[in-house]
Design a protein around this ligand. Structure first.
Ligand SMILES: Nc1ncnc2c1ncn2[C@@H]1O[C@H](COP(=O)(O)OP(=O)(O)O)[C@@H](O)[C@H]1O
Ligand SMILES: [Mg+2]
Length: 139
């Protein structure tokens, strides 16, 4: 195994390490616990209040998943277009700017999609889930 493969594998298994060493943020205790839960379980539900760091957490998960799980087809959603585009997508952008060039340069950013450069099969897309259009998430 090459050093790079070994590093990616360690980051894939340890999202807290990814957030601390690659993004350069210090997760709060609940954020670290939630990151570990996400890496172990398929479904994670978190009960939480306002302004505690949910959107930052979601942004870290999106960047971690995209950079350590290939191929990745992730639908990122929120209950309103405002939450998705103005809040969550902006927050993803905020943390993505902190990535070291070696990681940031692997990604291509559009207003509703982040792709792994040169790969058609690895991306995260922004999709609102609306009651009147539940099919939107399947595309
Ligand atoms: N662990 C952290 N380290 C640094 N900044 C953080 C951290 N968690 C959250 N933030 C920042 O604090 C602010 C509020 O967090 P946010 O994720 O928007 O909270 P919520 O979505 O729960 O309302 C945002 O600017 C976010 O980037
Ligand atoms: Mg939020």
């Amino acid at each position: 195994m090459t050093d790079i493969e070994d590093t990616i594998l360690r980051l894939r298994n340890d999202p807290v390490l990814f957030v601390e060493q690659v993004i350069g943020a210090k997760p709060q205790r609940w954020q670290a616990e939630a990151l570990r839960a996400i890496s172990k379980h398929d479904k994670v539900a978190i009960k939480s209040g306002h302004g505690v760091g949910k959107t930052a957490f979601e942004s870290w998960v999106a960047l971690w998943w995209l950079l350590t799980h290939y191929p990745c087809k992730a639908a990122i959603t929120a209950n309103t277009a405002h939450q998705l585009n103005d809040v969550l997508w902006t927050e993803i952008d905020k943390w993505a700017r902190k990535l070291p060039a070696g990681f940031k340069d692997l990604l291509e950013f559009k207003s509703d999609k982040i792709s792994l450069k040169g790969a058609t099969d690895s991306f995260a897309v922004a999709r609102t889930s609306r009651r009147e259009n539940p099919e939107a998430l399947k595309r």
